[in-house]
Design a protein around this ligand. Structure first.
Ligand code: GUN
Ligand code: ZN
Length: 442
């Protein structure tokens, strides 16, 4: 592939910003550029310096006056729940039993799984999400459909076949042996193929017997480098049910600890109602609490105590996610807007720089993938997005009075969605434009 020079304003973080005036946390170029080739960023910085490193006849794309950020990263969502979004339920367990489990049963049909996988990746690209951490359904074929589509689109994706062997409809249950064997088969077939990563995925303690939790533990021991994803402490009734199912555990977090599932590669969806002891356990093991704001509000699950987790003596690692289809938007911009409001309700705020950091480098660090994604550093994957703060008439009107980068980021977060994503580059290729291309026209 020949090199391409992409010109725009650029913003990339090197660490978490600690305040609104912490300009040392990021690099911003008012006239910046990226030189990309073979799916990687070869050079980044001010336009003149990057241009000087390119061949004279380099293909040049000019996105000015727009802003380039690393591609958004979504650290928790369910690809079989695209048609569950907006299901009218009082709480998590009612929502799961009434809508979500029946919908996931449909993924026994390979054709359905393939169709939804295609739609899923279209939405990721449309919303500027270049890496996502996804739950498939219990059916191995759903993971096959997901990873085949990811490979086809050359996207860096993390996903897992869900392990669940109780407290769900028959059509959605495996067994401890099946959960183990099929997860192993998915790992052998897909992990490391293209940019695919397989995650070990016991859904949550309610839907796994102790025997299946032991099977998950065995997989973690065999494949210690793989990500692990599950749900933790999302809803009070869920917590009570879990503790009743595992009476020997001290608390919900201890259920997972007993099966060796805490650790720096483990992503715990929600983690809203943790005790100090549980937070200590999370912190000591480097486990990640994944905040899913639109889902927490939609299902009435609770207000995530972000500052308590981040600022304690033993801080807990945090990431952010949409949690489609408990979540209500594919957009990480909408997600951070709701995260901001959840903090407001608790007398706290997220700065616009913190939000931009978390959607990119912060989430990459939570996945231990910051050497590949979440930055515009040379040598990393050329996954980046182009943002327009004046994407709608209402945004354009507000943009007239925006005078700083912080205000621009805050406008994008407060009013933006997929319409603010001008382009999504996946491994250096303009994938959002590609979505609209008629396959019959060359
Ligand atoms: N807990 C177990 N499964 C799920 C799920 O699919 N969505 C949410 N929000 N919580 C869960
Ligand atoms: Zn979830």
């Amino acid at each position: 592939m020949t090199a391409t020079l992409i010109r725009a304003r650029t913003l990339s973080f090197s660490r978490a910003p600690v305040s609104l005036d912490d300009t040392g946390a990021f690099s911003y170029q008012a006239d910046g550029a990226l030189l990309v080739e073979d799916g990687l960023i070869l050079a980044s910085g001010c336009y003149a310096a990057v241009k000087a490193q390119a061949a004279e006849d380099v293909l040049e794309i000019d996105h000015r006056p727009h802003l380039i950020l690393p591609g958004f990263i979504d650290t928790h969502l369910h690809f079989p729940q695209m048609q569950v979004i907006g299901s009218y339920a009082a709480n998590l367990l009612e929502w799961l039993n009434t809508y979500t489990f029946p919908e996931e049963c449909r993924f026994v049909e390979t054709a359905h799984a393939k169709r939804i996988a295609g739609k899923f990746f279209d939405e990721m690209v449309r919303h500027g999400t270049t890496t996502a951490v996804a739950y498939c359904s219990v059916h191995k074929a759903s993971a096959d459909a997901f990873f085949a589509e990811a490979l086809d689109r050359n996207m860096r994706m993390i996903a897992g076949k869900v392990m669940m062997d109780r407290n769900a409809p028959q059509g959605l249950l495996d067994t401890p042996e099946m959960g183990y064997d099929e997860t192993r088969a998915v790992i052998e077939q897909w992990h490391g193929k293209g940019r695919n990563h397989v995650a070990i995925t016991p859904r949550f303690a309610i839907t796994s017997t102790p025997e299946q939790m032991s099977a998950a533990e065995a997989l973690v021991r065999e494949f210690p480098d793989l990500h692990v994803q599950t749900h933790l402490s999302e809803n009070r009734d869920e917590i009570d049910f879990t503790c009743a199912l595992y009476p020997d555990a001290i608390d919900y977090t201890d259920v997972y600890a007993r099966y060796g599932l805490l650790g720096p590669k483990t992503l715990f969806g929600h983690a809203i109602h943790l005790s100090e002891r549980e937070m200590d356990a999370m912190s000591e093991t480097g486990s990640v609490a994944v905040h899913c704001p639109t889902s927490n509000l939609f299902l009435g699950s609770g207000l995530f105590p972000l500052r308590r987790l981040m600022n304690r003596q033993k801080p807990v690692r945090i990431s952010f996610a949409t949690d489609i289809g408990g979540g209500t938007s594919y957009s990480m911009l909408r997600t951070m807007d709701e995260a901001y409001k959840i903090q407001q309700l608790q007398g706290e705020r997220l700065t616009p720089f913190e939000s931009a950091y978390f959607m990119t480098l912060g989430n990459a660090q939570a996945l231990s993938l910051e050497d590949r994604i979440g930055t515009l550093d040379p040598g990393t994957d050329a996954d980046f997005i182009v943002l327009n703060m004046a994407a709608t008439p209402a945004m354009a009107l507000k943009a007239e009075v925006v005078t700083s980068l912080a205000d621009e980021l805050f406008l994008l977060q407060t009013m933006g969605d997929d319409r603010a994503i001008v382009e999504t580059y996946v491994a250096g290729v303009a994938a959002k434009t590609g979505l609209n291309r008629d396959p019959n026209v060359s």
